[in-house]
Design a protein around this ligand. Structure first.
Ligand code: RRO
Length: 308
């Protein structure tokens, strides 16, 4: 029988399949429902210090089958209401808050607050692709020094997962900077900077104009970025685990990421109309391992690296 167990910053998780931030995670009720799935951990929608209403609609549109463009605009109730409403300490599945802010100090404040509220680990969103506010004119995850500064500030009270953007030339350089600054894991990829146009209305299809692309079509890009990160970390003698995501729709896609060196994965867009798919993916991974005769994830993790 395949053993799917995995540890992340000392936390024991039943399996490596996590719910990605931004999908089916914006209320305690939806998270409770998702905790019934076969899932290793659930990540919340990005939380900011102040409440944010989000952008005007349309906020998410399917551009080609299975591939979506979104500019939700970080809608969330703000730190205080989040801490009051979301229980981070009980429940059967680990809940990981995803945090978003404009400065290292704000990230530190958010991280410290969720640690006090019982979070065991947090993911910091260094990479929302279409913010109005940004870190000195760029996303933190587009500048190794800025990313490192945020990781350092946020990781004093609990372990931090640094979520990176694919919208850079050298994602490996950013991952190494985050790992050296104390990140306990690197997650990638956030959505690809994108736009789509309605030819009839002669305007962008999203209310915000710009958006981020996710879903089936971006999987090969996610795989390439994860491979780049794993290779860069290995070359720097860092064993920081990588959490792969981008376009995962089924168990084969999870296998693809693990073969590229990912320790865990996150699943998002494909669940939009089909939450049960999360359990199917985890079961499918176990079936694939059984069929291949693998007992542990390490038995095949990173195998594709041998090709390069
Ligand atoms: O809320 C959003 O519009 C959003 C976020 Br925070 C993010 O990190 N990535 C994305 O595609 N959309």
């Amino acid at each position: 029988m395949a053993n799917l167990q995995v540890t992340l910053a000392g936390l024991h998780l039943d399996n490596p399949v996590m719910l990605a931030s931004g999908i089916l995670d914006s209320t305690p009720g939806i998270l409770r429902r998702m905790s019934k799935m076969k899932v290793g951990a659930l990540i919340t929608k990005s939380i900011s210090i102040k409440p944010r209403p989000g952008y005007p609609g349309p906020t998410a549109v399917e551009t080609t089958p299975g591939t979506w463009i979104n500019a939700m605009g970080l809608p969330n109730p703000g730190l205080n209401e989040f801490v009051d409403e979301f229980s981070l300490t009980n429940g059967s599945v680990t809940i990981i808050p995803n945090l978003v802010a404009d400065t290292p100090d704000e990230f530190a404040k958010l991280a410290d607050a969720v640690a006090v509220a019982g979070a065991k680990i947090a993911e910091i969103n260094l990479s929302c692709p279409h913010p109005k506010a940004s870190y000195k004119g760029r996303l933190a995850a587009q500048d190794p020094r800025a990313a490192a500064e945020v990781v350092e500030a946020a990781s004093t009270k609990l372990p931090i997962i640094a979520k990176l953007t694919p919208n850079v030339t050298d994602i490996g350089e950013i991952a190494v900077a985050c790992a050296r600054a104390g990140a306990s894991a690197i997650s990638a990829i956030n959505t690809l900077a994108a736009i789509d146009i309605d030819p009839e209305l002669e305007r962008p299809i999203l209310g915000n104009g710009y958006g981020g692309l996710s879903g089936a079509g971006i999987r090969p890009i996610g795989l390439r970025k994860v491979l780049d990160i794993v290779q860069a970390l290995t070359a720097a003698n860092l064993d920081t685990p990588v959490i792969g995501m981008g376009g995962i729709c089924d168990a084969d896609d999870v296998v693809r990421y693990i073969l590229c060196g990912a320790h865990l994965v996150q699943v998002g867009t494909t669940l939009a109309g089909n939450p049960e798919q999360l359990s199917n993916i985890t079961e499918g991974l176990a079936d694939w391992m059984d069929r291949k005769g693998y007992q542990n994830l390490e038995d095949f993790r990173g195998r594709v690296l041998e090709w390069f």
